[in-house]
Design a protein around this ligand. Sequence first.
Ligand SMILES: Cc1cc2nc3c(=O)[nH]c(=O)nc-3n(C[C@H](O)[C@H](O)[C@H](O)COP(=O)(O)OP(=O)(O)OC[C@H]3O[C@@H](n4cnc5c(N)ncnc54)[C@H](O)[C@@H]3O)c2cc1C
Length: 340
Amino acid sequence: MPGRGSTAASTAMLLWEIDRPLSHLAAAYGFEQASRCYNASRRALDGLVDLVRRLEVRCQLRSRGSLYLAAEYDASDLRSEAEIRKRAGLPTTFLDYSTLLRDYSFSREGALYSEGAADADPVLLTYGLLKAVLGRGARLYQANAVAFDSARSGVHVMTEGGVEISAQYLVLATGYVMPDIVRPTIQKGASSWAVATIPQPAALWKDGTLLWEASKSYHYARTTVDGRVIFGGEDESLVDPELRDSLTASKTEKLKQALHQLWPASSLELDHAWSGTFDTTADGLPLIGRVPSFQNIFAAYGYGGNGVTFSYLAAYLIEVLVSGQRSPLLDDFALDRQAP
Ligand SMILES: Cc1cc2nc3c(=O)[nH]c(=O)nc-3n(C[C@H](O)[C@H](O)[C@H](O)COP(=O)(O)OP(=O)(O)OC[C@H]3O[C@@H](n4cnc5c(N)ncnc54)[C@H](O)[C@@H]3O)c2cc1C
């Protein structure tokens, strides 16, 4: 069902900053590769925003700045991160305690402020893009794909209802549910919880800046067009939907406490609390490229907290592959890469 899966649960903070700090990625892969990945993510987000505006997709898209708030990584870590991002040509500035308090009223040791983020309604975004491709001749089949057969000349997909679809190429983008033919070792599923408050436009922080914590497991927050706070986090490495849903009440309480600590001015009256599962990787980079041993089958998975940004990057890179070109990013994001 289009627009369901993780996308319906997404808080849709559109960040080019990757789940792993640039300094950590550079320690694992070297500065050149890490900087290439960050810059590709930044270009992808610019490309997505541009596409949405060109196609006039009505999805409440708003350009925003983002604040990466000191938490597990402290002010001195953030200063180093700001330095390396500057070297990579990225638009990030370090804010010390007093500047952060004066300009944004957040009481943290420091933060990184980055330009070029955005937020949007993820379901309206998906429907808008789908409408655009359907208008250009794409066909939509609602069916569960159960088997795949790849030959030199093309691909056949067998669906649960017995319909067979033939095409020249196949792109698998089935979220955290991967078919058996895709076997990455660097990936695992995770669940995240989120809440939305009642509308409270007078109680929001400056500019509705996107917020996330500098930590391996982090809280994240944004505002909405109608003045709500969306606040999420408390991630766990579990994917079972029943277990996940059974934790929602306790996770909601933890999220309310963390929101109160971060932004005491916020009302804690909630309109909605939910959870969802998504796919993460050990290095925070996506899995994009050819499925090993399958000539005409490509895949786009492992998006972590950058799902929306990386989906655009996946579309771009798979077009690169289909048109027979090369990009070093395809090695960076290879499905069969090992954990660093
Ligand atoms: C609570 C939460 C908050 C998040 N916040 C953010 C955020 O702020 N910013 C961000 O960028 N990302 C965020 N993410 C991650 C982001 O939502 C996901 O990475 C992204 O939505 C994945 O999109 P997708 O289309 O790849 O997968 P999905 O949205 O999961 O879609 C996959 C689709 O494939 C279908 N499918 C599966 N198997 C088959 C099959 N065999 N045959 C046919 N169809 C199949 C599913 O039914 C589904 O419709 C968040 C995720 C969660 C859970």
